[in-house]
Write a protein that binds this ligand. Structure first.
Ligand code: ATP
Length: 434
């Protein structure tokens, strides 16, 4: 399949089946803003839960945080965003289209000054105003990353949890950037969600820790279903690195529009804590109570986007297959990510006993699994519909079920069908999903 066709198919599936809609579509939409529909909301929630489980709940050295989106304006002075969070942009003089200089090929960059205008800097932070007084002191920014919420709370977390190095703080939340060259569906948005970790360690251990996080984050994507051949690591060249960073590696995914960043893992040294200590006047050093040393830890930052990950998982899961001469579209999402685990389908919707049995099965299953109930079409169509949204199992209740108290369970990927006694159904499904 041609790559642009694949992207069109994903966008169309997302709209048709309720994964992702254009924001405020009835008013003509708002460029580069997207809303997650019923299946998209479940997918995103599952994705964030999987990330939290692997990075916080299952680890002894991590804690979570949920900081506010609005922060003191000095945060952005200390972090450097107020001054340096800019994109260099050029305009094509003929088409008036705007491009990021770092997204132009070397041949295109050579045309700066002729085909393209001279580069200009654009700050990506979105400004808003707080309070009733019209003066500049009430200007605040919508955070362009969640990471700074972690740094400004470093001392609070040390004081309230008595953590020892090495340890990390994880956070998931909305970030905002006035991206000029937004596009490619949910890959680049102005309002998006990030999943970020700041992992604090000593300067001596920071190189090994950086390598560990690169591997861990790469593996997280493959463990959740992304094919290895569609992922690669890209180490930043020295001239790409921020002046304070010791290293940065991106996990890239082969999107239909090309290899692009899914997540970045950086060794940010002790820069951020030092900056905040200097501007706030607070001592943010770590105190090693055994050696009585006080120092600024180094930090390793794995920083990924929820929306980019959702898009990568959707693209990777999308399959078109030929079954009995007909084409089947199936989203082979990892079991933990699939928006719906079970669809309960009554074979005859006019048979009150079948409907009642199907509904009671759903009521029982939905206490522990995400389920849907659908009786709005013939069974073949219902199966196809569930395949398209990645539902793991279809449970069909038919006339025989009323006698033998068994139902047909159909597996999404193999399409194999099995009769399972209703009393064992929940256990059967849970075993397959565990
Ligand atoms: P890019 O070079 O693509 O603009 P970046 O290097 O600026 O990305 P980071 O600042 O490292 O991105 O942000 C960390 C992660 O947050 C990215 O890897 C990506 O997954 C996500 N992210 C960043 N900007 C956006 C955006 N505009 N829309 C969606 N996700 C984003």
């Amino acid at each position: 399949m041609h790559n642009s066709d694949l992207m069109d198919k994903i966008v169309s599936l997302c709209k048709r089946r309720g994964f992702i809609f254009q924001s405020s579509e009835i008013y003509g939409g708002l460029a580069n803003a997207w809303d997650y529909g019923p299946f998209g909301a479940e997918l995103k929630r599952n994705l964030k839960n999987c990330w939290w489980k692997s990075n916080v709940s299952e680890r002894d050295d991590m804690v979570g945080l949920d900081a506010a989106i609005l922060m003191h304006p000095n945060t952005w002075k200390a972090s450097g965003h107020a001054e340096n969070f800019t994109d260099l942009l050029v305009d094509d003089k003929k088409t008036k289209k705007r491009f990021r200089v770092d997204h132009l090929s070397p041949e295109e960059q050579a045309k700066i000054g002729t085909q393209y205008t001279e580069p200009r800097e654009f700050n990506l932070m979105l400004k808003t105003r707080l309070g009733a007084v019209e003066d500049t002191s009430s200007d605040v920014f919508l955070r362009p990353e969640t990471a700074q919420g972690i740094f400004v709370n470093f001392k609070n977390i040390l004081d309230s949890t008595s953590r020892r190095l090495p340890f990390g703080i994880a956070q998931i939340g909305k970030s905002f950037r006035n991206e000029i060259t937004a596009g490619n569906f949910v890959f680049r948005m102005r309002e998006f969600e990030q999943m970020e970790i700041e992992y604090f360690t000593t300067a001596e251990d920071s190189d090994a820790c950086y390598e560990e996080w690169i591997n861990r984050r790469f593996n997280w994507y493959t463990e959740h279903g992304i094919r290895k051949e569609n992922l690669k690591l890209r180490k930043h060249d020295d001239d790409e690195l921020a002046h304070y960073a010791k290293g940065c590696t991106d996990v890239e995914y082969q999107f239909p529009f090309g290899w692009s960043e899914l997540e970045g893992i950086a060794n940010r040294t002790d820069y951020d804590l030092k900056q905040h200590a200097e501007l706030s006047g607070k001592d943010l050093r770590y105190h090693n109570k055994i050696t009585n040393e006080r120092f600024y830890p180094y930090v390793i930052e794995p920083s990924g986007g929820v929306d980019r990950a959702a898009l990568a998982f959707l693209v990777d899961a999308y399959h078109e297959e030929e079954v009995d001469g007909r084409s089947r579209v199936v989203l082979k999402l990892h079991k933990d990510l699939a928006p719906t685990k079970v669809a309960v389908l009554p074979l005859l919707k006019k048979n009150a006993d079948i409907v009642s049995m199907a509904q009671s099965i759903k009521t029982d299953l939905q206490k522990s699994l995400t389920c849907v109930y659908d009786d709005s079409a013939a069974i073949g169509k219902l199966y196809r519909r569930q395949d398209e949204v990645g539902t793991f199992f279809c449970v069909t209740v038919d006339v025989e079920s009323l006698d033998d108290k068994q139902v047909t369970v159909r597996d999404r990927d193999t399409m194999g069908q099995q009769r399972v006694p209703v009393e064992n159904l929940k256990r059967y499904i849970q075993d397959q999903l565990s």
